[in-house]
Design a binder for this molecule. Structure first.
Ligand code: GDP
Ligand code: IMO
Ligand code: MG
Length: 431
């Protein structure tokens, strides 16, 4: 059995959480493999909203084992809070329902402080990070000085690592950024509290667990965070996050081979949003943009920031299909377009007077890109109650089918509301 990877095809917040929650009713394992608490994945069940930052979006299905794999940067405080909140609501029902890789990189308070100080120093050129310490934590992993989850359970190692790393971090914080420093004792005792809370969930080798599951024909979902255009290597660099957000990262982050991934589901909003700085060719700085923002409730699930909104960008979507090997698209938030008279979508860009079909690799190219739009007539009806594609208004069906044709990839799920049952299955994705 091969696993299914779920990735964002745009700039994040496409609705990955909803899709993973819905799929998870049939999953045996759900694996988060990259990113950290910069993610905010929203699940709406019977009108009740749950926002998860680190815990996989399969957690509301007790039969599914949720794994936080080695590729994740783990904020011990945030994950401990999330676990506590879920337990208080009776939502972690059995031992072994949540496993966290011993090899995950820890985010400590100084990572958050460095993130904030760097952003402040960048002034008008800031990336617009979530301030969760993601970049500084991945830097430590790459430079081989990270503190890992397993270090929490070896107090001497933890203390020694803190002593060593704080010499450098405090020098940077105090000497360069002129901000507060941290003491070894303070951080050590804080971390020891979290060690106690996280101990029941630690797992020595989650990659072997995933391997065994796939060998035993279990259904495994790999849950991506962020989105394609925020990828560290292939996104709109430098306005990106610090991990690889592509489907290939499901392999690296969870420790399985590429042959273990069968389907790659590209979660795609029926329009586009972006939170944070950086180029966004189809952005609408007008009434239409405001309408999408309001109707779509486009506020960041992690930071509460207003999301920038614009039309669907097929140049970017085709790029996402290509670099992720997306096999199936889930088209989200189609209901938000109800009432729009003319729905536009970019099919090409104009760059330096030339009509361009391919997403430009350099940010300079992208910044100079003017979208070339096509459009289709909209529909007025409320579509949130539609259960099949045929029940949708004629113009909504036309929009879905046209996007499918232009993207060159089947649309197998159409989402018409935040709730689980506001989902139209064109094809069953798990077969
Ligand atoms: P994620 O980061 O990709 O999981 O997405 P977020 O949770 O950050 O943002 C998606 C938002 O859209 C959440 O508030 C969801 O509840 C909501 N949502 C998901 N699908 C739909 C849909 O089809 N229609 C509407 N109206 N809202 C949706
Ligand atoms: P989910 O998983 C949308 C953006 C930030 C910023 C850039 C770098 O909910 O889709 P970082 O804190 O990662 O260093 O910030 O990436 N960003 C996201 N935008 N959704 C996310 O996650 C994001 N995670 C990071 O806004 O522009
Ligand atoms: Mg989100």
């Amino acid at each position: 059995m091969q696993g299914t990877a779920v990735v964002g095809s745009q700039w994040g917040d496409e609705g990955k959480g909803k899709v993973v929650d819905v799929f998870s009713s049939k999953a045996d394992f759900v694996v988060r493999y990259q990113g950290g608490a910069n993610a905010g994945h929203t699940l709406v069940v019977d009108g009740k909203k749950t926002v998860l930052h680190l815990i996989p979006s399969g957690i509301l299905h007790p039969q599914a084992t949720c794994i936080i794999a080695a590729g994740v940067v783990l904020d011990a405080e945030i994950v401990a809070n999330e676990i506590r909140a879920l337990k208080q609501n009776g939502l972690i029902e059995r031992d072994g329902q949540l496993l966290i890789s011993d090899h995950a990189t820890l985010i400590l308070p100084y990572h958050r402080a460095i993130d904030a100080a760097r952003e402040a120093a960048l002034k008008h050129e800031k990336i617009g990070t979530t301030g969760k310490g993601i970049g500084p934590a991945y830097e430590d992993r790459a430079s081989r000085r990270a503190i890992l989850l397993r270090d929490l359970f070896e107090p001497d190692t933890l203390k020694a690592k803190l002593e060593k790393t704080l010499q450098e971090k405090n020098f940077l914080l105090e000497g360069y950024y002129k901000t507060n420093t941290y003491s070894v004792d303070e951080l050590y005792s804080q971390m020891m509290t979290f060690a106690e809370e996280l101990k029941p969930y630690r797992s020595k080798d989650t990659s072997k667990i995933v391997w065994d599951a796939l060998q035993a024909n279990k259904k495994v979902l790999f849950e991506g965070a962020q989105g394609t255009l925020l990828d560290l290597l292939h996104g709109t660099y430098p306005y990106v996050t610090s991990s690889s957000t592509l489907s290939g990262s499901a392999c690296i982050g969870s420790g399985v081979g590429p042959g273990q991934i069968g389907k790659v589901v590209g979660i795609t909003k029926a329009y586009c949003t972006r939170v944070g700085s950086g180029p966004f060719p189809t952005e609408l700085n007008d009434e239409m943009g405001e309408t999408l923002q309001k109707k779509g409730g486009e506020f960041g699930a992690t930071t509460g920031r207003v999301r920038r909104c614009g039309w669907l960008d097929l140049v970017a979507l085709k790029y996402a299909v290509r670099i992720n090997g997306i096999t199936n698209i889930a088209l989200m938030k189609l209901d938000v377009l109800s009432g729009v008279d003319e729905i536009k979508f970019a099919t090409h860009y104009e760059i330096a007077g030339k009509k361009v079909e391919d997403f430009p690799f350099s940010i300079e190219g992208l910044e100079g890109a003017t979208p070339i739009y096509d459009s289709l007539p909209g529909w007025k009806e409320d579509i949130s109650g539609c259960k099949t594609l045929e029940e949708l208004p004629k113009n909504a069906i036309q929009y879905v089918q046209h996007i499918e044709k232009l993207a060159g990839c089947p649309i197998d799920v159409v989402s018409v509301g935040p709730g689980r049952d506001e989902t139209i299955w064109v094809n069953s994705l798990f077969e």
